[in-house]
Design a protein around this ligand. Structure first.
Ligand code: NDP
Length: 419
């Protein structure tokens, strides 16, 4: 019996909301609030005949703490699910603290304007001290830990698939499969084909910024940074086949490095096709990935936002995308004094996702874990005051929920390793 406020009504939020509506005994009341209320109304109208969950909608600008507080105080939710953009993480956390409500999200904070001088000064200091240069990192949200502890509230960070399920896989491996883990390789493979020469599977701004940044991995507790896309491997993925994959910086490496400090190396690889990479390099070379506004015919334009307007809406890829995703973690380490390897992963079919909730697998594999994370918080499995990432909670009930609600795990105790 709980009331949940969901902020955002894009690709990921639509799946999370659809899945919440399949668990009406827990998600008894849901308010969908976003910048564009018509999208919330359309989703509410679609879901209402299929669910016992009582759905309402609201308009909110989540950059504005006062607007958020007014909405939270009038709706009085037990939990706020932030499934808007990483730009809104801090304002929504501030509002949750002010109103005494638990918080969760699917991606860590990054600023919308990376030219902001105050932000840049802190960022540049962090680059030097920590040794990685991604625009996003956990420091901003970890800084809220004491405030959430003092308020007796829980904040769950990054509960999508990666970050999210990948860390639950790590916690599961540490709990059940190993006495000590030496290496973790997180492999994110999208074997889907949408038929366009170039499109991104989720928010283009967030996606392109992530992919065009330098890669990095953690070795013996230190970051090693490499030029973008400079480490390439091939891997034969179960139910997808042979794919090229590239080492990327990814946010869960940072929290895993902190919470599993004995692991000697943590890397993240994502698959990309040649056409995607060629387009991205070209767009970057001509300045279309820039976040710095330019003046065009008297109007201020942010190049990457203009590009977003030209590209297909990720939500529209659902009916066109065929194939499967395969995301998981390969571990090496020791059990009972013997060397051991282990691979835990999920395979998800784009077309099956579309048939069930009207979205492709990228939104599905993020939205289902968001619902399952909320389920953990609302049913008392994951509640401790403070700010936490997924690997800091018991993975067992979460992985059981994922098995049940659409993202079942597969295991391999003798996987091919990545060199
Ligand atoms: P979309 O762009 O599809 O949706 C974003 C939603 O947020 C839209 O409804 C948008 O409203 C709303 N929004 C944006 N700004 C504001 C604001 N100021 N106030 C209120 N609402 C706002 O993004 P996705 O669904 O693809 O991604 C959602 C989140 O999931 C992102 O944080 C992304 O990084 C994360 N993600 C996490 C993954 C993981 O595995 N952990 C994988 C993929 C994504 P409007 O309709 O008006 O634009």
């Amino acid at each position: 019996m709980s009331k949940v406020l969901v902020i955002g009504c894009g690709g990921v939020a639509s799946v999370a909301i659809s899945k919440c509506c399949q668990v009406s005994d827990v998600f008894t009341e849901l308010c969908i609030a976003s910048r564009t209320k018509t999208k919330c109304d359309a989703l509410a109208a679609k879901l209402a005949p299929t669910t016992r969950t009582k759905i309402t909608t609201a308009q909110v600008d989540a950059d504005d703490v006062q607007q958020l507080c007014d909405l939270i105080n009038s709706y009085k939710p037990d939990l706020v699910m932030n499934i808007a953009l990483p730009y809104q993480d801090l304002t929504i956390m501030d509002a949750c603290l002010a109103c005494g409500v638990n918080y969760m999200d699917t991606a860590n904070y990054e600023p919308e304007n990376t030219d902001d001088l105050a932000w840049r000064a802190i960022y540049e200091k962090r680059c030097k001290e920590a040794g990685f240069s991604a625009y996003f990192d956990y420091s901003w949200q970890w800084a809220y830990k004491k405030k959430f502890e003092d308020a007796g509230l829980t904040a769950l960070l990054g509960c999508g698939f990666d970050p999210g399920v990948t860390q639950a896989y790590c916690a599961y491996a540490a709990k059940h499969e190993f006495d000590s883990i030496d290496t973790i390789d997180i492999l994110d493979c999208n074997g889907g084909d949408h038929g366009y020469a170039f499109a991104t599977n989720f928010n283009p701004e967030i996606n392109l910024r992530e992919v065009s940044a330098p890669g990095s991995y953690m070795e013996n507790g230190k970051w090693v940074e490499i030029p973008p896309m400079s480490i390439k491997r091939e891997y034969n993925f179960d139910q997808v086949g042979q794919k090229d994959m590239y080492l990327l910086h990814h946010e869960e490496i940072e929290s895993l490095g902190k919470n599993l400090p004995d692991v000697k190396r943590i890397r993240f690889f994502m698959t990309f096709g040649q056409s995607y990479l060629d387009h991205m390099r070209c767009l970057e070379d001509v300045g279309m990935l820039s976040t710095t506004p330019i003046n065009y015919n008297g109007q201020e334009i942010v190049p990457i936002q203009f590009l977003k307007a030209l590209l297909p809406d990720p939500a529209s890829l659902g009916p066109r995308t065929k194939g499967k995703t395969n995301i998981g973690c390969i571990f090496t380490g020791k059990k009972d004094g013997k060397d051991k390897t282990y691979y835990i992963y999920n395979v998800c079919d784009h077309q099956e996702c579309y048939r069930e909730v009207g979205s492709q697998a990228i939104s599905y594999t993020t939205g289902v874990p968001a619902m399952c994370g909320a389920l953990m918080m609302l049913t008392g499995e994951w509640t401790k005051p403070g700010v936490y990432t997924v690997e800091e909670f018991n993975p067992d009930p979460f992985l059981d929920a994922l098995d049940k609600y659409g993202l079942p795990r597969s295991e391999n105790h003798d996987p091919v390793l990545v060199d």
